[in-house]
Design a protein around this ligand. Structure first.
Ligand SMILES: [Zn+2]
Length: 107
């Protein structure tokens, strides 16, 4: 697995699938990796579960505070990052929490 420090993304290819930059190094267990992006109304729930599972994580608001006050916090989205060594575990949690509602749109 390679790692893009700009996008916080591990990937298995020559170039980062997001920014197109050539991979410079292998992913390390302590690299922060993008986990998921959720609406702010769900982010608190996800943060609670990650804390319960003792998975350290980092939250980043996508739009930023200046824009949020103008359009309202309901539209704010939050990105979650976790360490690579816990990425698989954290992804399972995200899927457990969010996949059911997303799949119901397709069927
Ligand atoms: Zn990238």
């Amino acid at each position: 697995m390679r790692y893009c420090p700009r996008c916080c993304l591990p990937f298995d290819a020559d170039r980062c699938p997001v920014c197109g930059k050539k991979s410079e190094r292998d992913v390390a267990p302590d690299d922060l990796c993008f986990l998921t992006e959720q609406a702010q109304i769900w982010s608190g729930m996800l943060a609670d579960v990650l804390t319960q599972e003792q998975i350290p994580f980092l939250q980043k608001n996508v739009l930023g505070a200046g824009i949020t006050t103008r359009i309202g916090p309901m539209l704010e989205r939050v990105r979650f990052y976790v360490f690579y060594r816990q990425l698989a575990e954290a992804k399972d949690i995200v899927e457990g929490l969010f996949s059911a509602s997303e799949e119901s749109d397709e069927t």
